[in-house]
Design a protein around this ligand. Structure first.
Ligand SMILES: Cc1ncc(C[n+]2csc(CCOP(=O)(O)OP(=O)(O)O)c2C)c(N)n1
Ligand SMILES: [Mg+2]
Length: 188
């Protein structure tokens, strides 16, 4: 499955969950599929979607928080896996689209072909860890993980194919304000 297909499956299962998407093409593909106030796209900084996600999950324990990440992003800030496991936010699901490359910058190889990021998450102490390779298994696995107590870590193996997608055209300050309102249950 392509990363865009996997992102579509994940987002089509979500409604008002707070979603943080890592920088690069994952944000562009998520934005192109369906934008809403509950979604925060990390435009520049690599590695920080999970750090933002764990902070929000701890601050808003009644809300489900979904982090959509890339393998390169996880490798850049692997310490956050330990932070998440140590704090055990039950309401956090960390989904990693693993194409084994820094796809957004030209397919330079990452290390995820030889270092299993799901094994790292399991060793750190995430409550539920799964890996999906076949697309037809993704919806059911995702549903189970969304209803289980987290922190959950779902590694989705994806291909490197990239289609033409929109750029995120919500200004960062506007996106931040609308996201904070949504996180606080306030109308836009
Ligand atoms: C600190 C930092 N270093 C490098 C970049 C450039 N950069 C943007 S996206 C990206 C690749 C991200 O790879 P991955 O998380 O695997 O996502 P993919 O594009 O493969 O889906 C890189 C290197 C950046 N934005 N910030
Ligand atoms: Mg990648």
């Amino acid at each position: 499955m392509t990363r865009a297909e996997a992102i579509h499956v994940v987002l089509s299962k979500l409604t008002d969950e707070l979603v943080i998407v890592c920088n690069g093409f994952p944000s562009r593909e998520a934005f192109s599929f369906h934008d809403r106030s509950e979604r925060f796209y990390m435009i520049g900084s690599m590695g920080l979607a999970s750090a933002i996600g764990v902070g929000i999950a701890l601050a808003k324990p009644t809300r489900t928080v979904v982090v959509m990440d890339g393998d390169g992003n996880v490798l850049m800030n692997m310490g956050t896996l330990a932070t998440i496991a140590a704090h055990q936010p039950k309401n956090l699901l960390h989904v990693v689209f693993d194409n084994e490359v820094y796809g957004s910058t030209g397919d330079q190889a990452t290390l995820s072909h030889s270092v299993s990021l799901d094994a790292v998450a399991r060793s750190c102490g995430y409550a539920v860890v799964n890996r999906v390779v076949e697309e037809h298994l993704l919806p059911h696995t995702l549903e189970r993980m969304l209803s289980a107590h987290g922190p959950g870590f779902l590694l989705v193996k994806v291909s490197r194919q990239v289609d033409d997608v929109l750029r995120v055209d919500v200004a960062p300050d506007v996106m931040t304000k609308r996201f904070m309102k949504a996180a606080n249950g306030m109308p836009e």
